[in-house]
Write a protein that binds this ligand. Structure first.
Ligand SMILES: [Zn+2]
Length: 451
């Protein structure tokens, strides 16, 4: 018999257009969004799991388009450093990171993500001292029940990259092929590949080869792009190019299935390359502010029609996995940067956190909006709260008033992962206790390292 859920009395923010939402209902059948309607449902409700959403917004689950989940173990470590010396330490951790750190850290990251309304994560993986590290990060996301993109990237050069995590392209490609084959029947997991942070930890040979490999295996590409001035200086001095996007274009890296995290220091000409190639950007404003990187030209990207998604980045530079924080930061940062209160609209920010993210990850036919035929990746956000009432503009108030702690219920692929703030498949107390132990172990190991 079909498994049916009906969410009723909800203020439905479908993200299919910018009209003010109406009160209505959504029906789910075997994980598919089956019906979206105004008012109350007219069908008999026997045998259907009814969720009364009175006082809440029903919206698409949030898409975190760029993170490193295990980094919750590294919250507020090395937080006063700018990108290069900070990266030297983050990479250096590869010398002591174990598969258990990846599992316990990533699982806590998943708990925090679900609690804050995230239903899809793009885990940009870049430290692989052993193949088990990737397997354990994936196991955590699967245990949590999140929809996930595992972007298994490669580093083959760079003085700040420890030898244990540098790979020859061919050797990395074999491992990625094995990963993709192992999880080929996994409904919630897809893969990307990519150069991690070109050009500071990738050779030109890798950039050429990774595009060929990605195309041969129908994989998208995820990369850290133009995050700080230091990366742009590297392409100028070593490769005589004006910017990282321009540099990457000669290798065919910008493309419709590529997502460039950060893209802080990109020129208007480079934004035109992003638009013409259909490349998406993951904007990570909290991380950019934390590391003092600068302000990404998001307004110009939107003006030129680039698809922009939103990410937290890892907790080592955020220090949370909270996309509500990130939405508010994305809005306010552009307003203050341009000294123009109207320069970005709340609906633009909500699009980045939902359908923009889904499109960037190649999942826009599956999730990102509330539409019949898509899978049910949905969240209920309580707006009957002191900090959200009275409601005058729901889009602005989701971005600027709502908090992660207002997320009541989270559904991924039709499965209820959290209902009225209670997890259905995870023991969050146990996960937290194990993550604390993993953190203590990691910090002891890191204290013996020299950077
Ligand atoms: Zn990152």
């Amino acid at each position: 018999m079909a498994k049916r859920i009906a969410i009723v009395n909800a203020l439905v923010v479908s993200m299919t257009d910018s009209r003010q939402p109406r009160e209505g209902f959504v029906c789910i059948r075997d994980g598919d969004i089956d019906e979206v309607g105004a008012g109350a449902p007219s069908f008999p409700t026997d045998g259907i799991d009814i969720i009364d959403a009175a006082g809440a917004v029903l919206m698409p689950g949030l898409v975190n388009a760029h993170t490193h989940l295990y980094q919750v173990l590294l919250r507020a470590v090395w937080e006063d450093l700018e990108l290069m010396p900070w990266l030297k330490r983050i990479y250096g951790c590869a010398r002591v990171l174990t598969p258990a750190h990846f599992y316990n850290g990533s699982l806590l990251g998943c708990v925090e993500s679900i609690r804050s309304g995230v239903t899809t994560v793009c885990e940009h993986n870049f430290l692989n001292p052993s193949p088990e590290c990737a397997l354990e990060a994936i196991r955590a996301m699967q245990d949590a029940g999140l929809r996930a993109v595992f972007a298994r990237t490669i580093m083959d050069a760079g003085e700040i990259v420890p030898e244990c995590t540098k790979e020859k392209p061919e050797q990395a490609f074999r491992l990625i092929e094995a990963l993709v084959a192992r999880y080929q029947h996994s409904q919630l997991l897809t893969f990307m590949t990519g150069p991690n942070t070109p050009p500071i930890n990738t050779t030109s040979e890798l950039l050429r080869e990774v595009r060929r490999f990605a195309d041969a295996n129908s994989l998208g590409i995820s990369a850290h792009v133009a995050e700080s001035h230091s990366v742009v200086d590297a392409v100028r001095h070593q490769h005589s190019k004006n910017g990282v996007v321009e540099f990457l274009q000669q290798f065919g890296i910008p493309a419709h299935n590529s997502i460039f995290a950060h893209s802080v220091h990109v020129s208007n000409d480079e934004i035109r390359i992003l638009k013409e190639t259909g490349t998406s950007v993951s904007h990570n404003p909290v991380s950019n502010m934390m590391l003092g990187d600068g302000v990404a030209p998001v307004v110009e990207m939107l003006r030129q029609g680039v698809n922009v998604a939103l990410g937290t980045d890892g907790a080592a530079s955020n220090h949370s996995q909270d996309l509500f924080d990130t939405m508010k930061a994305a809005s306010l940062l552009q307003k203050v940067h341009h000294r123009d209160a109207g320069v970005i609209k709340p609906n633009d920010v909500l699009r980045m956190a939902t359908i923009g993210g889904a499109k960037a990850l190649g999942l826009d036919s599956i999730c990102g909006t509330i539409e019949v035929g898509k899978r049910a990746d949905l969240i209920l956000v309580d707006i009957d709260t002191l900090h959200s009432q009275p409601v005058n503009d729901i889009f602005s108030q989701i971005v600027h008033c709502a908090k992660a702690s207002d997320v009541k219920t989270v559904i991924v692929d039709g499965e209820i992962l959290m209902r009225d703030r209670q997890f259905t498949r995870l023991d969050d107390h146990k996960i937290l206790a194990e993550a604390k132990l993993a953190n203590r172990d990691l910090m002891q190991r890191v204290s013996r390292l020299s950077f």
